[in-house]
Structure formats: C-alpha cells, structure tokens
Unconditional design. Structure first.
Length: 60
C-alpha cells in the first residue's frame, strides 16, 4: 500500500494506519495481511499466520 493511497483516505490518520499495518507484518514469516477499505476508510486489518511444521526425522 502506498502513501499516496493512504492520503486519499478521508479523515484518517495516515501514521496510525501505517503503524497498525507494520504491527501486523512484524514477525510474520508465512501468511498474509489483508486490509479492508469501505467508503474510503480502512475498517479492518486482518493478519493470518501459517505455522509450518516439519515432519519428525526418523532415527535409526
């Protein structure tokens, strides 16, 4: 998401939005961050994280 897009979101504090997006991305290794906009307002930031597990190795 670019700063240009954020500037067009009427009445919302750009820094607060960016802070929340950075927070959602922090530490995320596998997954996604979804930003929902309704009527030119960010209404939801959703973080989906996947945890990858490795199969245990067989010991002989």
């Amino acid at each position: 998401m670019s700063a240009t897009t954020l500037r067009s979101l009427e009445g919302q504090d750009e820094e607060s939005i960016l802070r929340e997006i950075r927070s959602a991305l922090r530490g995320l290794r596998f997954g996604s961050v979804e930003i929902t906009v309704h009527n030119a307002q960010v209404v939801q930031i959703e973080r989906k994280e996947k945890i990858r597990l490795q199969a245990p190795t067989k010991q002989s």
